[in-house]
Design a protein around this ligand. Structure first.
Ligand code: GLU
Length: 546
């Protein structure tokens, strides 16, 4: 068969010499040991935790080695493309401080671009043409129906499905048959003519999983689709070579395709990058562990973290904790060091499923918030509210001094005794909402409506806004005694039957009346932040409702 003539027929015209691409995209001038890594999302609009995991790993590895992290958009599948997806990826990652040095929509020299695969179609075609001319790729005219029937047959025969060996019908078409099909205008794709032998096992060193055994590829995978656009497999091999990627950290769902990728690099004559396949994120669901699912777990989407107002640093700390087994200890010893000074290592990444636990993240968030000053917390909450908050929540920031006094109370004294109530911006905003509006609902009281009414009435009679904290509490005790409640906890504990309750119940009535919540920071301070008028009005309203 005259492969050269076939290549010319299939991809007519002058394509650049392949060596031109080597000159156009020369090896990068980087110090020894510098890694070139990338993030290569498809623009589907859904960016998830798995993407963030590999983004953090790739970012750390590139930047700590003095290398480059770039963003490539793998848009070969037109059907999955969503408008605005690239912006969404960039915004989502920027929030977590993932900085790209070059790539799609990234400012910079961008010498290895374009970074959208569809804009690189000519490069791919030049290589496809060469493979055809070398007899290593061929046109396949099989229709969807034929392929579906083949699949059915293979399933019935309990054979591995796919286009390979004896099943690869078009691999053995004669020259006449090929030209007859072409003359008849039949649509076709271009497939790799695989030389792999599935009996052949080879050892592959994965940067995360260590040495693994893989089976050689024998699938004649599609490399160029009928619209002249390559498949992901083919495009990524060309791109990782010419963008001079040294290390690919990606999700382990790609491990199954690795043999295809290895063969593609070999047939193209490219040196392969090193690969590390990151294990899937798991969730404890009752007794079992399962993969996080798009449908069931909102926390899989990165959008979730921004909408809820997670503190990016907290998410990053948790991710690093999961990503590198020695991070947690390092962080405990170096709580104030920049996260970048931790030495990240692919070989310390987990080899099997990582358990992702939102409760653990919430604990870390609470710790991280507790490290912020009131000003920093206010700025963080404000930024969140301006983007995601209600109009009422936006108005919380009209009086920043008031907000600061609220946060000073709700966060506790700077230093050791900080409260750890805040986990996310949306939750914190809800927690402090009673400072800005009367509570819409009240948590349930332990005390009966009659007693509540009586307690609130006697409280109002003795209430003097000028009382200091101690004087105020002494009066609360008087109110307790006058209404059959123990003024001292000790007395109550010694003989609970002798009382309706204790001063703690009295304080709770007041607390719920004013804030709607049974758990709050110091009540006296709350009353003073609210001011006499507002505090009194709320107590009056609660008395009416009792
Ligand atoms: N485009 C692939 C994805 O969206 C990237 C796979 C890779 O990193 O090689 O998952």
């Amino acid at each position: 068969m005259d492969y050269k003539a076939l290549a010319e027929r299939l991809l007519p015209g002058n394509y650049p010499e392949l060596s031109n691409f080597e000159e156009l995209y020369p090896p990068r001038d980087l110090p020894k040991g510098a890694e070139v890594t990338r993030l290569a999302p498809s623009p589907t609009g859904f960016i998830h935790l798995g993407n963030l995991f590999v983004a953090i790993a790739n970012e750390r590895i590139a930047h700590q080695s003095g290398g480059v992290l770039y963003l490539r958009i793998e848009d070969t599948d037109e059907k999955r493309k969503v408008e605005g997806a690239v912006e969404a990826v960039k915004n989502a990652l920027r929030y977590f401080d993932i900085r790209f040095d070059e790539g799609a929509e990234i400012e910079g020299e961008n010498k290895y671009g374009p970074y959208y695969q569809r804009q690189r179609a000519d490069i791919y075609r030049a290589f496809v043409k060469d493979l055809i001319a070398r007899g290593r790729a061929y046109p396949c005219f099989c229709t969807e129906e034929e392929l579906a029937a083949l699949r059915e047959r293979q399933v019935a025969e309990k054979k591995i499905t796919g286009y390979y060996g004896e099943y690869a019908k078009c691999r053995n078409l004669s020259e006449e048959e090929i030209y007859a099909n072409l003359d008849a205008g039949k649509p076709y794709v271009i497939r790799l003519k695989s030389m792999g032998d599935p009996e052949h096992k080879l050892t592959f060193h994965d940067e995360i999983k260590g040495d693994i055994t893989v089976t050689e590829n024998d699938q004649d995978v599609v490399i160029l689709k009928s619209d002249g656009i390559p498949t992901y497999h083919f495009a990524h091999a060309i791109d990782d070579h010419f963008m001079r990627t040294t290390l690919v950290i990606r999700g382990e769902e790609w491990l199954a395709s690795l043999p295809i990728h290895l063969e593609l690099f070999d047939v193209l004559g490219f040196r392969r990058p090193r690969y590390g396949h990151n294990c899937s994120l798991m969730k404890q669901d009752g007794e079992t562990r399962r993969k996080l699912s798009k449908r069931k777990d909102p926390e899989l989407s990165l959008e979730f973290y921004r909408k809820e107002g997670y503190f990016a640093r907290a998410v990053k700390v948790y991710m690093l904790t999961l990503l590198n087994s020695n991070f947690e200890e390092w962080y405990r010893k170096n709580p104030d060091a920049p996260l970048e000074s931790f030495r990240f290592s692919a070989s310390k990444m987990s080899k099997s499923g990582t358990l992702f636990d939102l409760d653990k993240l919430n604990d870390i968030s609470a710790d991280e918030f507790a490290r912020l000053s009131e000003e920093e917390m206010a700025a963080f909450l404000k930024e969140w509210a301006m983007e995601y908050g209600t109009d009422a929540q936006k108005a919380y920031f009209d009086d920043m001094d008031y907000m600061k006094s609220v946060l000073t109370l709700c966060m506790g004294t700077t230093g050791k005794k900080r409260r750890k109530d805040f986990k996310t911006a949306s939750q914190a905003m809800e927690l402090i909402s009673y400072f800005f509006a009367r509570p819409e609902s009240h948590e349930s009281y332990r005390v009966s409506p009659e007693d509540r009414k009586a307690l609130l009435e006697s409280y109002l009679k003795t209430y003097d806004h000028a009382d200091d904290s101690q004087g105020w509490f002494a009066k609360l005790k008087e109110v307790a005694s006058a209404n059959g409640f123990a003024a001292e906890m000790k007395a109550y504990k010694a003989d609970p039957a002798a009382y309706k309750g204790s001063v703690a119940d009295v304080a709770e009535v007041l607390r719920i009346a004013v804030t709607g919540k049974a758990n709050t920071p110091d009540l006296w301070t709350i009353l003073h932040i609210l001011g006499k008028e507002e505090a009194t009005a709320r107590i009056l309203a609660a008395r009416e409702e009792a």
